[in-house]
Design a protein around this ligand. Structure first.
Ligand code: ATP
Length: 240
């Protein structure tokens, strides 16, 4: 997909700063982040440990608030929203994928996804969501009967089943070997291409940057560089 600069803005942050205070200690996790993402973009966020990537993702995902600065999802002001408004924002618009899958062990893949489809406003079926991530033949397996990569793909199916406009992924392949990780990245790319969900992926693996439309490098609480990939690679073509 070619994401034109005329495409609608989904995220916009300006001067985003976050200070964590623990006792007398202050940590400047973000020091003024200006960022934009457009509908359908696939963005990879790179940067050393502690550079602020997760803090940034948590703020634009409505899990945390900035200390100062602006954070917008479309016309939702995330920096000043009430707790209730942030909860509604997350429920209605955001799919999250984390390093650890957080599946319910006593439920099958299908039932884990149904936890979301039963409360969402316009969900796809659990079967469709699992099919998109290549698990149409594992519907009735329990998490313990699935590999790590398959469990992560169930987590992705659960995240996309409500048709979120944005998919925010924090180290989705962090616990996986590269062969398994490729399948997870394939699933994320397929979701991005099929549903047009704006997708942000935090990773420590610089090789993964090659599958993105755009690569954003964090350093010391700031965006240090932004690069656009003119030619993107498929996950099968990268190494890490
Ligand atoms: N809840 C918190 N309380 C205090 N300090 C925090 C908290 N969350 C993050 N920090 C600090 O803020 C800084 C940025 O952390 P953040 O998790 O955003 O970095 P990161 O780039 O995602 O790192 P990693 O790649 O290791 O996950 C770090 O110095 C971290 O210790």
């Amino acid at each position: 997909m070619n994401v034109e600069s005329t495409t609608r803005l989904v995220f916009r942050t300006h001067g985003l700063a976050k200070v964590y205070r623990t006792g007398d200690v202050e940590v400047n996790a973000l020091r003024g982040v200006d960022f934009e993402a457009r509908a359908g973009e696939f963005v990879v966020l790179l940067g050393p440990s502690g550079s602020g990537k997760s803090t940034f993702l948590n703020i634009i995902g409505g899990l945390d608030r900035p200390t100062t600065g602006e954070a917008w999802f479309q016309d939702h002001d995330l920096a000043h929203a009430s707790d209730g408004a942030l909860t509604a924002y997350r429920r209605d618009h955001v799919g999250f994928v984390f390093q650890f899958y957080n599946l319910v062990p006593s439920l099958t893949a299908r039932e884990n996804v149904r936890l979301v489809t039963e409360i969402a406003r316009n969900p796809m079926s659990a079967e469709e969501a699992l099919d998109v991530v290549g698990l149409g033949d594992r519907l009735d397996h329990f998490p313990a009967q699935l590999s790590g990569g398959e469990q992560q793909r169930v987590a992705i199916a659960r995240a996309i089943a409500k048709r979120p406009e944005v998919l925010l992924c924090d180290e989705p392949t962090g616990a996986l070997d590269s062969r398994t990780g490729v399948k997870v990245l394939d699933a994320l790319m397929r979701v991005n291409e099929t549903f047009g969900a704006t997708t942000l992926v935090i990773t420590h693996n610089a090789g993964i940057a090659a599958i993105a439309h755009r690569v954003v490098r964090f350093a010391d609480g700031r965006i240090q560089a932004v690069e656009t990939n003119t030619a993107r690679l498929r996950p099968e073509e990268i190494t890490w």
